[in-house]
Design a protein around this ligand. Structure first.
Ligand code: GSH
Length: 203
């Protein structure tokens, strides 16, 4: 299989972490793609131009990190990232959606500061900074949920990759005053799969 990524994409990082956690390194070739560039050769592989994108062994391509992760989880060995049974499944979905919501907002902020300075929107940046602050407050409470403290799952991976976007944009300052979230992040960031996929620093 071929997994197209960019080193800075948090969505692609979630898929890369699942590759490592599932021990699929020998079956998945990770290929850097050129995104957001006119006439990139990558558009011939994936017309949407987005990453992550998984081309399966049968040649079929998959978009969306959640779909790709589910495929990777099921393509080899017992699945380990399926939803838990009973009511906890709704908690797992709720927390994964909350983590993705934070990732979506932080990604918009990172994208904005990667534009040339005279093309950045102060309004968008302010909006995303405010959203990130509210979400970090919420996560500093939710992080005590049993689903965030047990065996590794997609809510944890998604939140870890969202918070890790601080490396890309130093203005993302979710740590001060959020001790529990900081301690949680330090533990997950130390996992080999997280360390091996850390995004490049800076603007
Ligand atoms: N919902 C998608 C989001 C993917 C996404 O937004 N990827 C960004 C990189 S972080 C991208 O490929 N951007 C390139 C573009 O929009 O042309 C997922 O979960 O996979």
């Amino acid at each position: 299989m071929k997994l197209y990524i960019t080193p800075g994409s948090p969505y692609a990082r979630v898929a890369r972490i699942v590759v490592l956690e599932k021990g699929l390194q020998d079956r998945v070739e990770v290929i850097p793609a050129r995104t957001r560039a006119t006439n990139s050769p990558y558009y011939a592989v994936n017309p949407s131009g987005r990453v992550p994108y998984l081309v399966r062994d049968d040649g079929v391509g998959l978009e969306e990190s959640a779909v790709i992760c589910a495929w990777l989880d099921h393509c080899h060995g017992d699945p380990v990232f399926d939803l838990p049974p009973g009511d906890m499944a709704w908690e797992a979905r709720r927390l994964e959606a909350l983590a993705r919501s934070m990732m979506d907002g932080l990604s918009v902020w990172v994208r904005e500061i990667l534009r040339p300075e005279d093309e950045r929107s102060p309004g968008v940046i302010r909006h995303e900074a405010d959203r990130a602050s509210r979400m970090a407050d919420l996560w500093d409470v939710e992080i005590d949920h049993p689903w965030m403290r047990g065996a590794l799952n997609l809510a944890q991976i998604t939140l870890g990759c969202a918070l890790g976007l601080k490396t890309r944009n130093p203005d993302i300052n979710w740590r001060p005053g959020r001790t529990k979230l900081s301690d949680w992040f330090d533990r997950i960031a130390a996992r080999p799969s997280f360390a091996a996929t850390a995004p490049p620093a800076g603007r």
